[in-house]
Design a protein around this ligand. Structure first.
Ligand code: NAP
Length: 483
């Protein structure tokens, strides 16, 4: 497939205009070749302040127009994203590495997010509370104000859409900062917002030093809400920075999902779903299964089936639509290499894969062989640390109660999965898992209609579903004495 970068803006979007930033432009790197795709403009504190001011100005009108009018804008944006899905998917695949088919599915999620929130925000109802005669007790839900949003590189378009859609649907305006690894998908969306006629300043996009932009977004009094998706470490820092101005905050952070296969599971189903979930975006997903607990009595059958299916997993350039493309950068590859070295040193066995790919045409890129490693135990780094790479770590268990405790033995609490056909096991395990999301014989835990988010060090707040817009409103009580 064509690997030519489609036309895409490379400047900052502030108050409806593409602005050259005050800092030196930096390169966006293609992870398949480690070559430059294009240079993008960079801003800093000054541009952040300008963007916040623009968002505040836009809020005065955007928050007051009718929900229906906002929905019309959003549906137009959704139409354009759908029409231009191929172009947007190619931009994403080139800067992030994922297969174009996955990138196109991500754009389709954006479309659904925009349509769903456009409709839902028209139903963010208030309340009339029973009151004494001649009194009126009313509850109104009002847009919170200017939102500061910071997003990661692994879903460069949908992590943004999930924040922008509910926020603008209820009347908020935003200042958005995508990851430096994948700014182009954000800028391509900005271009669509403009062409769809979204008023100036409703969505502003900043590029530049994340520390400086993040500091201004979290400390500026005009910003009323911070929404962050990324690592737990950075999330904690932003939470602390936002404390002195008492902003409303939501955090979608790291995960370390358990995937439990009980002996009464449909083994073929469990293997197929494991491969689909693990190799989606090359394992660089916060909900990726990272600890695969398999009951001892089926371990051999499960492993044999898994190794058979691994033969169908392909690696290649994202534009050629393999199962997995390159990883995002060398640091990502190094983390996987280090975790595997630590595990094998402590007794684990690599059953397939395990190496960075060094042969042409992959030598210059960040390609890593899809890997299965057996015999993982709690003393190994990968047992407790998020892997964020294409590795299936197998852990054997023989105690059904203890395995749930082991699954909960992590600071994270985002996604979890288990496979069983026994109703009692399903009911008990689903209740005992300390996670924001539980997939039972299923891995499809993310969709626009259902709440997405974690507990513990995976953060707080929810995206999607009726919970999404709630993150961007405040509740006002109006007591009227009409005597
Ligand atoms: P990251 O390093 O935390 O970066 C996320 C965002 O924060 C990027 O835009 C980054 O900007 C910015 N950032 C970094 N340091 C900052 C600072 N000091 N102040 C303000 N912003 C700062 O995470 P990542 O490597 O991009 O993404 C991977 C992590 O995200 C994983 O832990 C994954 O589990 C998590 N994640 C969670 C979810 C969820 O929904 N729970 C979804 C996807 C990913 P620059 O890149 O420009 O430095």
């Amino acid at each position: 497939m064509n690997r030519q970068l489609p036309e895409v803006p490379t400047k900052l979007l502030i108050n409806g205009k593409w602005i050259e930033g005050s800092q030196e432009a930096v390169a966006v790197i293609d992870p398949a070749t480690n070559e430059e795709l294009v240079k993008v403009s960079q801003g800093s504190t000054k541009e952040t302040k300008d963007a916040i001011d623009a968002a505040a100005k836009a809020f005065a009108t955007w928050s007051r127009i009718s929900p229906k009018e906002r929905a019309d804008h959003m549906n137009k944006i959704a139409d354009l994203m759908a029409e231009e899905s191929d172009r947007l998917a190619l931009i994403m695949s080139l800067e992030q590495g994922k297969p174009v088919k996955e990138a196109a599915a991500e754009i389709q999620s954006n479309v659904e997010n925009f349509r769903w929130n456009a409709a839902e925000a028209q139903r963010v109802y208030g309340e009339v509370i029973p009151a004494p005669e001649e009194n009126h007790w009313l509850v109104r839900k009002e847009a919170i104000g200017v939102v500061g949003a910071i997003t990661p590189w692994n879903f460069p378009s949908n992590m943004i859409a999930r924040k922008i859609a509910p926020a603008i649907a209820v009347g908020c305006t935003l200042v958005m900062k995508p990851s430096k690894e994948t700014p182009l998908s954000a800028l391509a969306l900005g271009d669509i917002f403009q062409r769809a006629g979204l008023p100036d300043g409703v969505v502003n996009i900043l590029l530049g030093s994340s520390a400086e932009i993040g500091k201004e977004l979290t400390e500026n009094e005009i910003v009323k809400k911070i929404t962050f998706t990324g690592s737990t470490e950075v999330g904690m820092k932003l939470y602390e920075q936002a404390a002195p101005t008492l902003k409303k905050v939501s955090m979608e952070l790291g995960g370390h999902a358990p995937f439990i296969v009980f002996s009464d599971a449909d083994i073929s189903l469990a293997v197929d779903k494991l491969i689909a979930a693990k190799f989606r975006n090359n394992g660089q997903v916060c909900t990726s299964p990272n600890r695969i607990f398999v009951e001892a009595s089926i371990k051999e059958t499960f492993t044999t089936r898994l190794l058979e299916k691994m033969q169908e997993v392909t690696v290649g350039f994202g534009t050629d639509d393999p199962t997995v493309g390159p990883m995002i950068n060398e640091a990502g590859v190094d983390k996987v290499v280090d975790q595997l070295a630590d595990a094998t040193k402590k007794g684990a066995t690599i059953l397939v894969g395990g190496h960075k790919m060094t042969e042409a045409p992959y030598a210059k890129g960040n390609f890593f062989e899809p890997t299965v490693i057996d015999g993982i135990t709690p003393d190994m780094d990968m047992y407790y640390d998020e892997t964020f790479g294409p590795v299936i770590p197998l852990i054997v268990f023989d105690d059904r109660e203890a395995v749930v405790e082991a699954a909960n033995d992590t600071v994270f609490g985002l996604a979890s999965y288990f496979f069983s056909t026994n109703l009692q096991t399903i009911s008990n395990t689903a209740q005992k898992l300390q996670y924001g999301m539980v997939g039972v014989n299923d891995i499809a835990i993310s969709n626009p209609a259902a709440p997405f988010g974690g507990v513990k060090h995976s953060g707080f707040g929810r995206e999607n579903g009726k919970y999404g817009p709630e993150e961007y409103v405040t509740v006002k009580f109006i007591a009227i004495d009409a005597q």
